[in-house]
Design a protein around this ligand. Structure first.
Ligand code: BGC
Length: 741
């Protein structure tokens, strides 16, 4: 009897111990919400507090006792960042954390191809999953307000509709791997200078029409599981604990049920962090942003200080429970999903995806006399000039910096593409920034050159005279004050004396082709001197192959600009009527007022009738597309109805090619000022020579609406509208007028 009681007690203890260790929550049978409530009952306050802040540079603890795994974050957004130490930014020195670098998000946006966005998301999500990451810190959708923003290359351009359409498939692709996307930086983080101390002043209409739509689409259509708060302030509160942005809009109006993650070091105040919508704190030091003691995690704003407030009764646990439920929801959607795929990395498919996105994102800006594609004949000599022809671009730029398995340089891509057809020579031309290190990752390249600018220019020019083609490959790079996080550019011009060099090359050789590598618009004072200009972005691992595909004609260019190239910086709205970088207050905060309002990008240039260097949506092809006459199936649109506008597009050239057919809406009469026109649809189609396709756009009330700040709602005013269809914002081919009843 005694023995039996003893045995039963032992068995109960064993069972209890076993059940405590078995991750019972991996059982997917119950609904996630039920499982969350089940866990909530078992958690102690201390465990809950531990779950809502970091335990290392990139991870937060789960609850070991209950089998809830850790959450691991990674940058993002162009490839999977190499591993750093637990509590340090230094490289951990892994030998298996190299990745495939995908093209920068500006390039993805320039493809105007949603299928490629899904491919991008799926591929990078697979790499993240294979590396056992829970959250990918990307994509970014901050609107391009000024070409000086050092971080524009990580975003999707100046138009809220384009960014919205392009961000959704990326998120779906990432999350199909059981990895959460983290849409960043919410919101109004439109410059890097003073990024922690800028207080944005913007009216509600502009906020809702320009700066929020891509985030809203990411959350509501993409179903993003996490969102990252921004560093800057708005209404004098930091983005990571901003009552209006996070509580009222994101979680209130949009019904976001996921996790708000702080940007690294973006949390500044325990009480605001508790109340204003932050769920998961990362990257803080003990005293916030400045460097502090190691292992500061217990001193995080949402750690001991929060626990102390709860214990002393200063605050309740309602907010804590909400945060924990969200973190658990994230865990159940990701690390606790039994059916998660395993992912893969460095696969041929990922390289192919990177190349396909690069091929379709590169924009042919100018091609006079069809100098491109380069078709070598006889003893052809191609001279490649410029630092960016050889410089690795995947290292640098800030948190998006990568450690790649391989990166094909433009020079190598060109050499391979023209092997046996032309002799490819190289001249450096200018010295930009020979360094190649970020956060302990080095390119291994030695780009030092002790020659003077004059010597380099003279060499390039004399070689140019002997060449059949000169391909100048320059632009910006990922060094501070170029395209780089935490700093902005100092001007629109190309650095390192490149303008002078381009002019000299153009004078020496009539077949001088400029390839500009950047994530931003640059000034081109020599534009009339050269016959061809190609906008190549930061293209990642397959950079050289994509550039060579376009130059050689192996791929027909089909990218379109996701932002305007202004002729001069003063032409830009932010630098003309808006503020940049704002006005410094006595407390050290910079008030930056977006006085240009909704007139951002092409909306401004069109209103002011300022001719840009290259317009939004512009991009040429090696073939020609002709547009028929647009027609609609109705002249009126009523209430919740819709109407269809169709147009025939034909490839009248000699090469198969892709065209982005763009739909803009123009409100002919409105009670509020409205842009001349706004992008409301686009379709990328592929046509063989002689082929015609009909493209149909469906227009409804949403496409005609503006945000009425007084009523705090979207309003479509009855009256006449025009549907404008074209090949770019400044190349409208046909239009249809209709009326909203
Ligand atoms: C950046 C984020 C990034 C984070 C983690 C921050 O400095 O603003 O975009 O995800 O660091 O590296």
């Amino acid at each position: 009897m005694i023995i039996r009681i003893f045995l039963t007690a032992v068995m109960a203890l064993v069972a209890a111990a076993l059940s405590a260790q078995t991750p019972v929550y991996l059982d997917n049978s119950a609904d996630i919400e039920d499982r969350i409530e089940d866990v909530m009952k078992k958690l102690t306050t201390e465990e809950k507090i531990a779950m809502i802040h970091a335990q290392s540079k990139f991870s937060s603890p789960g609850v070991k006792r209950l089998g809830i795994p850790e959450i691991w974050m990674t940058d993002g957004p162009h490839g999977i960042r190499p591993e750093v130490f637990w509590d340090d930014w230094d490289q951990a020195g892994w030998t298996n954390d190299s990745c495939v670098a995908f093209p920068a998000l500006t390039c993805l946006a320039a493809t105007w191809n949603e299928e490629l966005s899904y491919l991008y998301g799926t591929s990078i999500g697979e790499e993240a999953r294979y590396r056992n990451k829970t959250v990918l810190l990307g994509p970014g959708v901050n609107i391009y307000r000024t070409p000086l923003n050092g971080r524009n290359f990580e975003y999707m351009g100046e138009d809220p509709f384009l960014a919205s359409e392009m961000v959704v498939p990326y998120i779906k692709g990432v999350q199909s791997n059981g990895v959460a996307a983290c849409v960043k930086h919410f919101a109004l983080n439109n410059n890097e200078i003073n990024r922690h101390t800028s207080n944005v002043i913007v009216d509600d209409r502009t906020l809702y029409e320009i700066y929020l739509p891509a985030f809203k689409a990411a959350v509501q259509e993409g179903g993003a599981w996490t969102v990252m708060g921004s560093y800057n302030l708005y209404r004098n509160q930091h983005g990571c604990h901003n009552e209006y942005l996070l509580n009222d809009i994101l979680k209130g109006e949009w019904g976001f049920d996921g996790v708000v993650v702080s940007d690294w070091g973006g949390t500044h105040d325990t009480d605001q962090a508790i109340k204003n919508g932050l769920d998961l704190e990362f990257g803080s030091w003990t005293d916030g942003l400045s460097a502090g003691s190691k292992n500061a995690y217990d001193s995080y704003y949402l750690a001991a200080p929060y626990l102390e407030r709860i214990r002393s009764g200063k605050v309740g646990t309602e907010e804590l429970d909400d945060k924990v439920r969200r973190v658990l929801r994230l865990a159940f959607r990701t690390v606790m999903r039994q059916d998660r795929p395993m992912g893969s990395m460095l696969s041929d498919e990922h390289y192919e995806a990177a190349r396909a996105i690069g091929d379709e994102g590169i924009v042919l800006l100018k091609n006079e006399g069809s100098v491109l594609p380069v078709r070598p004949s006889g003893d052809c000599r191609i001279l490649v000039v410029g630092e960016n022809a050889v410089k690795m671009m995947t290292v640098g730029g800030g948190s998006s910096s990568l450690k790649v398995q391989r990166e094909v340089s433009p020079l190598k891509g060109i050499e391979d593409a023209f092997k046996g057809q032309a002799e490819v020579l190289y001249a450096r031309g200018y010295i930009g920034d020979p360094s190649g290190e970020y956060n302990g990752v080095t390119t291994g390249q030695n780009l030092q050159d002790s020659r003077t600018p004059e010597e380099l220019l003279a060499e390039a020019v004399s070689m140019a005279k002997e060449a059949d083609y000169v391909i100048f490959i320059g632009g910006l790079n990922k060094s501070p004050h170029q395209d780089c996080e935490d700093s902005d550019r100092s001007g629109l011009g190309l650095p390192y004396g490149q303008d002078k060099l381009v002019s000299a090359l153009a004078e020496a050789n009539g077949n001088t082709i400029v390839v500009n590598i950047s994530g931003n618009a640059v000034a081109m004072p020599w534009i009339d001197e050269v016959p061809a200009v190609v906008q190549a972005w930061y293209l990642g691992s397959e950079a050289g192959n994509s550039i060579a595909d376009i130059l050689s004609g192996a791929a027909n260019p089909s990218g379109k600009l996701p932002f305007t190239f202004p002729a001069a910086l003063e032409d830009c709205p932010a630098h003309s009527v808006g503020e940049y970088p704002g006005t410094r207050r006595n407390d050290g905060i910079w008030d930056i007022e977006y006085r240009e309002g909704i007139f951002v990008g092409y909306r401004w240039y069109e209103k002011e009738k300022i001719r840009p260097l290259f317009a939004f949506g512009h991009g040429l092809s090696y073939t020609e597309f002709s547009y028929g006459k647009a027609s609609s199936d109705s002249r009126t649109l009523s209430g919740d109805g819709s109407l269809n506008v169709s147009i025939e597009v034909s490839n009248t050239g000699e090469m198969t090619g892709k065209e982005v057919v763009q739909l803009y809406i123009s409100d002919l009469k409105s009670s509020l000022p409205r842009p001349v026109k706004e992008l409301k649809g686009f379709r990328k189609i592929e046509l063989e020579p002689g082929e015609t396709a009909e493209v149909t756009f469906t227009i409804n009330k949403d496409d005609l609406s503006f945000f009425d700040a007084d009523r705090h709602e979207w309003v479509a005013e009855p009256g006449k509208f025009k549907a404008l269809i074209g090949s770019s914002s400044d190349d409208i081919r046909s239009e249809v007028t209709f009326e909203l009843k």
